[in-house]
Design a protein around this ligand. Structure first.
Ligand SMILES: Nc1ncnc2c1ncn2[C@@H]1O[C@H](COP(=O)(O)OP(=O)(O)OP(=O)(O)O)[C@@H](O)[C@H]1O
Length: 345
């Protein structure tokens, strides 16, 4: 998978003739998506110490002479495992080995869940990048992560937007992008790459713990699906890629329709115009409308109840939404009102 089955030690000054299949693949991916990691940029590589981010780091180190990047390594110690300080030290040594600047953040308050850890980590990575005027944070998310995320969101009942999550890039702020250049590479390939170049990997003991849903999907669900179809992982990731394009198209069309069916600075939607649109656009317009006016994101049920008002008799209304708003069918409009105002009408 990496070009030769014989392993060879990590060459710290490789030229193009030392490149493996993965070097070529990532180089071509970045060339065809040239906005992802432009030449000459400063990149902050987020390294956990696991096989994916260690593979990512070596690939970027080896490709940088072609691309003129300036690299720095960041590690976040969540303090959630007894070996987390040793893990951080391991990444520090990896950065030293490549002679790269190393930045670490260590959690001071106890992080209770994986979700807490993730949101703290992204905040920490953003702070490091911003303090060093770096515009790109690069992570080692792979095609395997993409397939797992799709399954995870599917069984949580997330809509198409959740199914197409994990995209090549995501803006973290106006000046900072998160970039995932390994999204077309499988975890088996990063593992083979690390073995081939004898790269030192930090094995996270919790990765085998099936009490975590993500681990269970990785260790049990995906292998079961691969027994049914050996290419299941690739197909799932391709589905996520295709859904993303559909989702962007629908979202843009819905945004245009939203502008036509609402009035400036007014929480109203024109029922007759909405009624003529396809159901997929009606749902998305209503989601954008509620997202704009409500203090928190609407759920599926709230969107469906508002959708129902398009054809409902005048004065029909939804249950109150969080924050005290509710939607009302008011002659030609669906109107979103703070609940107390209803009494005055
Ligand atoms: N402790 C860490 N320090 C720095 N980077 C990290 C750390 N943990 C994860 N990363 C980065 O995030 C990538 C994805 O890691 P992992 O799949 O473990 O995270 P996750 O919580 O599932 O992430 P996400 O929610 O973004 O999908 C890694 O390849 C690495 O680039």
């Amino acid at each position: 998978m990496v070009g030769s089955s014989k392993s060879k030690p990590d060459n710290l000054n490789p030229d193009k003739s030392d490149w493996s299949h993965l070097h070529g693949l990532v180089h071509r991916t970045l060339r065809s998506r040239s906005h992802l990691l432009p030449t000459g940029e400063r990149l902050l590589v987020a390294v956990s110490g696991g096989q994916d981010s260690v593979c990512l780091l070596k690939l970027l180190v080896d490709l940088r002479s072609q691309w003129g990047w300036h690299l720095a390594v960041a590690h976040c110690d969540h303090q959630m495992r007894s070996d987390s300080a040793n893990n951080a030290q391991h990444v520090r040594e990896l950065a030293e080995r490549y002679d790269l600047p190393f930045c670490q953040k260590t959690a001071v308050t106890a992080l209770k869940s994986e979700a807490d850890a993730r949101s703290w980590r992204y905040q920490a990575l953003m702070e490091i990048a911003q303090s060093q005027a770096i515009a790109y944070i690069v992570t080692g998310h792979t095609q395997s992560d993409r397939a797992e995320t799709l399954l995870y969101n599917l069984i949580r009942g997330s809509g198409t937007d959740g199914l197409s999550a994990l995209w090549w890039q995501r803006p973290l702020s106006d000046t900072l992008q998160l970039v995932r250049p390994l999204l077309n590479i499988q975890r088996q390939q990063t593992s083979a790459f690390c073995q081939h170049f004898q790269l030192p990997i930090w094995e996270d003991s919790t990765n085998q713990d099936i009490r975590y849903t993500r681990n269970r999907i990785r260790l049990e669900l995906i292998p079961s699906l691969e027994e049914i179809n050996p290419k299941a992982q690739t197909h799932l990731a391709t589905t996520a890629e295709l859904l993303r394009a559909d989702m962007e198209y629908l979202e843009t069309s819905a945004g245009e329709l939203y502008m036509q069916v609402t009035l400036p600075n007014s929480a109203k939607l024109d029922r007759a115009q909405l009624a003529r649109a396809p159901l997929a656009l009606q749902r998305r317009v209503i989601r954008q409308f509620l997202l704009h006016w409500l203090p928190q994101s609407p759920n599926f049920e709230q969107i469906e109840k508002t959708l129902h008002l398009i054809h409902a008799p005048n004065r029909s209304q939804t249950d109150p939404f969080p924050g005290g708003y509710l939607a009302l069918a008011n002659h030609p409009w669906i109107e979103l009102l703070p609940k107390p105002n209803l009494r005055d009408r």
